[in-house]
Design a binder for this molecule. Structure first.
Ligand SMILES: [Ca+2]
Length: 105
């Protein structure tokens, strides 16, 4: 599904990936380290961009989410950790959807 609104055709898949990267860059650039999400930046990103999919309502929840995302345990989330997590989230949503379809039968 592509459209040609501007000079270049915009395809939904490409636009979605570019938007996910833009979200990372926007939030990661709120402090001096523009290549990583701090815990505070991650909290804002989850609250503003993934509300309804990720529950960060309790202070301990953000610590658990941070620990799950921060694979190399450097106290920050880099673009690789962020994108791998989004892939996992997409798979979880896909699998959950399969379960819902099975219940309808
Ligand atoms: Ca990390």
């Amino acid at each position: 599904m592509c459209s040609k609104a501007g000079e270049k055709p915009t395809c939904m898949g490409a636009a979605s990936v570019l938007y996910l990267v833009k979200i990372f860059k926007d939030y990661a650039s709120k402090d001096q380290d523009k290549d990583h999400l701090s815990k505070a930046e991650l909290k804002d990103l989850l609250k503003n961009e993934f509300s309804g999919l990720v529950d960060d309502s309790k202070p301990e929840d953000i610590n658990k989410i941070m620990a799950a995302l921060d694979h190399d345990m450097d106290g920050q989330v880099d673009i690789q950790e962020y994108m791998v997590t989004l892939c996992g989230l997409g798979i979880a949503i896909f699998e959950a959807g399969k379960g819902q379809c099975a219940k309808k039968k």
